[in-house]
Design a protein around this ligand. Sequence first.
Ligand code: CMC
Length: 441
Amino acid sequence: MENKIQANGEAKLTIGDATYDLPIYKGEIGPDVLDIRKLYAQSDMFTFDPGFTSTASCESQITYIDGDKGVLLHRGYPIDQLAEESNFVELCYLLLKGELPTAGEYAEFKSRINQHTMVHDQLSNFFRGFRRDAHPMAIMVGVVGALSAFYHDSLDINDPKQREIASIRLIAKIPTIAAMAYKYSIGQPFVSPRNDLDYSANFLRMCFAVPAEDYVVNPVMARAMDRIFMLHADHEQNASTSTVRLAGSSGANPFACIAAGIACLWGPAHGGANEAALNMLNEIGSVDNIPEFVEGVKSKKYRLMGFGHRVYKNYDPRAKVMQKTCHEVLNEVGSGEDKILQVAMELEKVALNDPYFVERKLYPNIDFYSGITLKAMGFPTEMFTVLFALARTVGWIAQWDEMTTDPSQKIGRPRQIYTGHGQRDYVSLSERKTGKALTNA
Ligand code: CMC
């Protein structure tokens, strides 16, 4: 990556009698940043920012979010235009390479992905080591990490060709591995990929086909799956992406880094929210119960799951596309009058007009509608985060690749403010009187 940040003046920081000049940089769009890299060396002070709410950890040219305006751009293109007019494989090319492909480039990229959809036969043995009731995300973390042991020819991260082949392998194999995790959990045989099918249709077939009968992919479901993958493909420096970058900053191999990203995504505050939103809608059960539920939210008894976002303080642009996809899927499966969808639509209307939510800038996020949609498509809730991981793999690998080629990249090493004991002398076992160990240490 070629660094493009530009100087945009200087700020002065005064601490006691000393004044420090902090360079200000501007990007293409978005807020300026203060460069504090030399602050510790000059002032002997760290900055304190748990959760990195005010810290840009890197320069990036992949994805831009304006949370106040509800804007999400990939390489400059708005997500709604991409979701409407492009497809997931083309988006993968755009995220990885920076530009939309020509027809020839697209055909070549698609065919390269197709050539890598199968997994090594030995990899199947990893699945059989898991209990049948293992969470599919546990399987994903283990099996994707295990890919490092299979592809010794793509572990030199300083070789662009090896990085590229690792990226293609990950994008191509992750649907096969995700479908295998699902099949294993329900005790059905694995279904091999079929390269005459498009990416998302192939994935649906690997999940839902059985050897005993033919499976014909419904084009409405394939399009919905493809949109869901597109909506989740990248979201700049979120927790799992930052995890991938941090793991990769030590020079770790790409398969291990993506496994670290999957582990981070598994948490309910990140990838698990659509499951929570679906559970909430089921618990509300009927439109009549909404007023009481909303009162409970306002008195802080519950959270309105699928609402609010750390970055978006406006309608999540992905939620609009997700809502449309949700309607298409429910109409197709014949539950257009679905009670849960009615609850969702009414709840959204009520919340968008209630001062509690308006004042706090709480708008629906992508998870508000994705759980209902995935359930209607036939996926069990444990698979929701797996589908998110499948889609986000391209974002993770694009960000990892960008980091690897960034001349300003360093190993990630945050600092801390230490509030533990000061130095003290070791006391021998026979002289220790009371046990004072921290219970949560
Ligand atoms: N329901 C009710 N009140 C809420 C909600 C909510 N979903 N979200 C925030 N608030 C209130 C919160 O109580 C606080 O009110 P007050 O000022 O009276 O104390 C105010 O809004 C600010 O909340 P916050 O917790 O400081 O906001 P945050 O930016 O730290 O939280 C969030 C962001 C996503 C964790 C939160 O909105 C939330 O818990 N939402 C529900 C879970 C959810 O849908 N998560 C999916 C996020 S999108 C997935 C992705 O992109 O990866």
